[in-house]
Design a protein. Structure first.
Length: 364
């Protein structure tokens, strides 16, 4: 017997990556009443299993939300086929997999390999609530017959300590379809609209559908390629950057202008000067907000440099756009990533310089 259409029942949603952004997404989906969420937790699993999430939210307050849990929590990615066999053939495939993990294109495992056991061909749509450009390409390659959805979140949410979420900027999510030549445009659009409707039923948040994915992605890069990256390098929150003035004038705005030029040259997307000025002032100043890349640096984690800066720079180079500020920022971030890789054993610096380009003195 087949399952009911999604519109006639609660959608079965798997959220992978339940930190600040993922937890608030799970909360909004369940509060809307049309989704049943299974959240995959990692380092925070024990804390949430014992006490649930404690959430202090600008959208869902004014009182803190104490001890909240999604319908199900687990600490492993479900293997739908294997678990169905073990339960005697009773399968609960996922309508949507919502990925809110960091998109670390230069660090294994890949997102595609991570989610593969939970994908049911012909049933599961994959929503990437992740930063950056060209993030859909490896997912479409791995799952050519699954709708892939773009989710661009505008939200300030931090988890610290594990199980405690502080949500300081209004939750706005822009949903769009990633088009895929292997499936119809209508199917891609319908999947995106179904997720938008389920999320948007939570009236405390803003969830909008946009048919053209490029505009939402380039708009978010205005912030992420400038504020997010500069914060990680300098170790500064956005309020202190604005208080300094020169960091905005010499780094943040020039980086935004280079994204503006690249977006127009590559995708025909027009990002206005007024939009740049609005984004410079978008964060709640009183929150002294630390962007996600800075949070990752402080915790000794890897950073999302390739999809946030590497891909836009490669697109700029192909289009002949001059991006001197972004190139310097990218090189500095690659240096910070190299240090993290070394600390975690992913790269080894040779004791001898033999065979290295810069291992010997000049002229030797």
């Amino acid at each position: 017997m087949g399952s009911l259409p999604v519109q006639d029942r609660k959608a079965n949603v798997l959220v992978i990556g339940s930190g600040g952004v993922g937890t608030m997404a799970a909360y909004a989906l369940e509060k809307g009443g049309k989704a049943e969420v299974t959240a995959v937790l990692r380092s925070n699993f024990e804390a949430v299993e014992e006490s649930g999430f404690d959430i202090k939210s600008i959208d869902h307050g004014p009182d803190p939300i104490l001890g909240w849990r999604p319908t199900y929590i687990r600490n492993t990615i479900p293997n739908v086929e294997k678990e169905a066999r073990c339960s005697g053939g009773v399968s609960q495939p996922y309508d949507f997999i919502v990925v809110t993990t960091k998109n670390l294109a230069d660090i294994p495992p890949s997102v595609a390999s991570l989610i593969a056991p939970a994908v049911t061909p012909g049933r599961t749509s994959i929503a990437l609530l992740q930063n950056g450009l060209n993030i859909e390409q490896p997912i479409i390659k791995a799952f050519p017959h699954s709708p892939v959805i773009s989710g661009v979140p505008y939200i300030g949410a931090i988890e610290n300590p594990p199980g405690t979420i502080t949500h300081v900027n209004h939750d706005k999510l822009v949903i769009s379809p990633f088009y895929n030549e292997n499936i119809s445009r209508e199917r891609s659009e319908n999947a995106a609209k179904e997720l938008q409707q389920a999320y948007g039923l939570c009236t405390s948040v803003t969830c909008v559908y946009e048919s053209r994915v490029e505009e939402a992605r380039w708009r978010k890069l205005l912030y992420n390629a400038s504020y997010n990256t500069t914060a990680a390098i300098l170790g500064m929150d956005t309020s202190r950057m604005r208080a300094s003035e020169f960091i905005i004038d010499d780094l943040v705005r020039p980086a935004m202008k280079e994204i503006q030029a690249t977006a127009h040259a590559v995708s025909g997307v027009n990002l206005s000067d007024d939009m740049i000025e609005a984004i410079i002032r978008a964060d709640n100043y009183k929150a002294f907000f630390r962007p996600s890349m800075l949070q990752d640096m402080v915790k000794g984690k890897f950073i999302e440099l390739e999809n946030i800066l590497g891909e836009p720079l490669r697109e700029a180079e192909r289009a002949g756009v001059y991006t001197p500020t972004l190139k310097v920022i990218y090189s500095l971030l690659k240096g910070l990533q190299f240090k993290t890789k070394e600390s975690k054993g992913l790269v080894k610096v040779p004791a001898s310089g033999e065979g290295l380009k810069y291992g010997k003195k000049w002229g030797e």
